[in-house]
Design a protein around this ligand. Structure first.
Ligand SMILES: Nc1ccccc1C(=O)C[C@H](N)C(=O)O
Ligand SMILES: [Zn+2]
Ligand SMILES: [Zn+2]
Length: 255
């Protein structure tokens, strides 16, 4: 019986036991969006930090942007009497699930994802909750809530992320909100929505604001189980040398 994460959110010094059921739950995206893992392997350091997995599980049927490429996984080699390995081929959009946009996505001359500064995707990040169902996050929604020195800001707009259905009416971020955050020193904006701009946008105003300020973007985060506050963000994009975006395995670690 795998040890359940500590319910009271406290530090649990027991080491979690992982079993097959636990792994299956992790693959399916069921179960809590966090794991309790030892912060170090040093026996004398029994501190346990909580890791929140804020990444959508990429699986067959994952909802994608209307008209975009469905995710597919084909077994090219399969273990049998003459073959010792399973090897698969993946077909997916660069914007599948939880991903990082490259400047190339919204700027024909922008950097591809394989060339972006990794420092932006690694370090202290503030998580803030917004009321669900907003049309757009305005500066007023964040007034007084972003402490000076905040470099990475993750915005939760869903109480429960729609894992299995596409939501065309997701909450967008106002371009003036991006401008205001950039003016406060924010360098990375992350959202649980599939885009900063509304699905119908043709002008991509929020992306253009990000471009003006040289900010980084994470989209498609899953922040359901994450309380407001400061965490360590780790969300490194795959090094796709010439691509316009890349999947990330995004996690937050309690500080
Ligand atoms: N797959 C697409 C196809 C066409 C237009 C937009 C998308 C998007 O996925 C939106 C993207 N994530 C964005 O950065 O806004
Ligand atoms: Zn994107
Ligand atoms: Zn985007």
């Amino acid at each position: 019986m795998a040890l359940q994460p500590h319910e009271n959110g406290g530090t649990d010094h027991r080491l979690p036991v992982r079993d097959g059921r636990d792994q299956r739950r992790q693959v399916s995206g069921e179960g809590p969006g966090y794991q309790l893992l030892p912060r170090t392997t040093e026996p004398e350091d029994r501190t346990v930090s909580r890791i929140y997995d804020i990444t959508q599980p990429i699986r067959s049927g994952i909802p994608v942007w209307p008209g975009d490429t469905d995710y597919a996984e084909q077994r090219v080699w399969a273990i049998d009497a003459s073959c010792p390995v399973n090897v698969s081929r993946l077909t997916l959009s660069t914007h599948t699930g939880t991903h990082a946009d490259a400047p190339l996505h919204y700027d024909a001359g922008g950097l591809p994802i394989g060339a972006v500064d990794l420092d932006l995707y690694l370090g202290p990040a503030l998580v803030l909750h917004l009321p669900p169902g907003l049309n757009r996050v305005e500066s007023g929604h964040l007034a007084g809530r972003v402490p000076t020195g905040t470099r990475r800001l993750l915005l939760r707009t869903y109480d429960r992320f729609p894992q299995d259905v596409w939501d065309s009416d997701f909450t967008a971020i106002g371009a003036d909100t991006i401008d205001s955050l950039a003016g406060q020193g924010v360098r990375l904006i992350g959202v649980d929505a599939p885009s900063l701009d509304p699905q119908s946008s043709k002008t991509m105003d929020a992306h253009m604001a990000v471009r003006r300020h040289g900010m980084a973007i994470l989209e498609g985060l899953v922040l359901d189980d994450v309380p407001e506050g400061m965490f360590e963000l780790i969300a490194l994009p795959l090094r796709l040398a010439t691509a316009d975006a890349a999947p990330v395995r995004a996690i937050l670690r309690s500080l």
